[in-house]
Design a binder for this molecule. Sequence first.
Ligand SMILES: [Ca+2]
Ligand SMILES: [Ca+2]
Ligand SMILES: [Ca+2]
Ligand SMILES: [Ca+2]
Length: 547
Amino acid sequence: MLVYALALGLGLGQAIAQSGLRGPLQASEPEYAPGQVLVKFRSGITPSQRAWARQVTGAQLIKRGQYLDYELWQFNPYADMRAVAAQLRHSGWFDAAEPNWRVYLADGWTPNDTLYPQQPALPFINAPQAWALWRGDNNFIMAILDTGVRRNHLDLQPRLLPGYDFGGDVDGVRDNDPSDPNGHGTFVTGIAGAVTNNGRGVASVAPNGKILPVKVFRDSLQGFLNDIVDGLNYAVAQGAHSINLSLGGGSWGSFASVLDNAWNAGVVIVAAAGNNNNTNPFYPAWYPVCIAVAACNLDGTRSSVSTYGSWVDVAAPSGDVYSTTSSGVDTYRHNTGGFTSYAAPFVTAQAALLYALVADGPTDRSVARAQAVRELIESTATPVNYVAHGIINLQASVEKALTVPVRGRVQIQNYTGSYNGRTVEVVLRPQGGGNAIATQNGTLNASGNFSVSFFNYLGYYDLAIRAQGTLLKRVPNARMRYPGVSGLNLTLIAGDVNGDNRIDDADMLQVLFSFGQNNPSIDLNGDGSVDDADLLIVLFNFGMVGD
Ligand SMILES: [Ca+2]
Ligand SMILES: [Ca+2]
Ligand SMILES: [Ca+2]
Ligand SMILES: [Ca+2]
């Protein structure tokens, strides 16, 4: 016990002293109760040892668990409780130690649009829970290739980019005013991007983001392949991140390459699967680079008109949708037809929301980013038997995009035992250095592979990684965005028994006091006992400091 005491006394006392010097946190509302940590001692630790542990760490006992045997401890309210909890876990005394995290109601963000209560399709895809985490970025662009849009509609206008009319008011004569003579485009646009939380009209799937209206039908409502080909290229050139195609017909032949070009430029293409109530290909949705969207009812069944089958990628609601109409500047309509035209914009908006999470900014468009977005949409869909992946789930896709895995493999110098089950700690720090922002713990498999993930830390950070008994090794400039950091290959230096990131007297004393024991956090070479070999590792690396 003396050895553990030493670990706690030196390691933790120091960590708390250091973090206590940092002053008040800048955040207006810290993510945990200030200075509080929730601990659960390992079994076998006696009450007097518990009291001693509190004394040596300077913790004050505030409360004990009523059903689970935990203790709530109070430290300096300015201490970094993530770091303190990590130190406690590292001491070997506890089964669990966590900051006293703040928790929130899980009912999501409810917009104040007057018709929102009549838009059950939004809760159906778990939009409110997604919006509680993320509502999009105004620098990201959805292009709607359709019959145009009612440009001065009060629930659309603030989000509309100028756009273009490739179909023309007079058939085939193009102009720069994509006004909507029909209403189809205005309805589709409102589903994806009506102004949300403005106390008016409807809410939309993507509360933030810009809309590029691209009119590809003539005022006579005829549409032709050449206008769509030009409209697609225009949308790509204008910086679109997702493109909605609630249209189809014919087969594009070699002109389908325009879709490939858009995809290769990093644009997610979403297309209605068709309203044919069969599995026949419908173009352009059928082309592999398009996310083909079927329509479902709000009980999850396929809409009676929707095209379906294994070539159709996902389904989205269309059986009960409310959106903007072109008949006035503040007009709305309910549609129960179940058409795939009105399902596709759910996915186009989802793609724009997710794109902003996986990219480093609006100009960071690439096929890799588009692929990440598509994979997020498809992998988080709720399976149904009439499409390949399932019904879209906005919440699950946003949560997955915010969950960034870090994967790699470590080798520990002088280690001869099995890596299986040995703990690994991954620390997130500001780029260029600084105190730990977050820490995740994992375990190695027999080959030394590990995988941990960080939630809601997007951007560039430095990582520092250690296994049990080793110094930290820095991985600079890690891109913390989905699909994450992978392929790390690190050789770690053993000898830091107490986890303070330096190899010194304290580590040597712990090895000496544990001679003959089988404590994995002190058995540096993993051969099952603490002996000369471990002491030699400490002596050989004596004085070294980790990253
Ligand atoms: Ca026009
Ligand atoms: Ca609105
Ligand atoms: Ca040490
Ligand atoms: Ca050993």
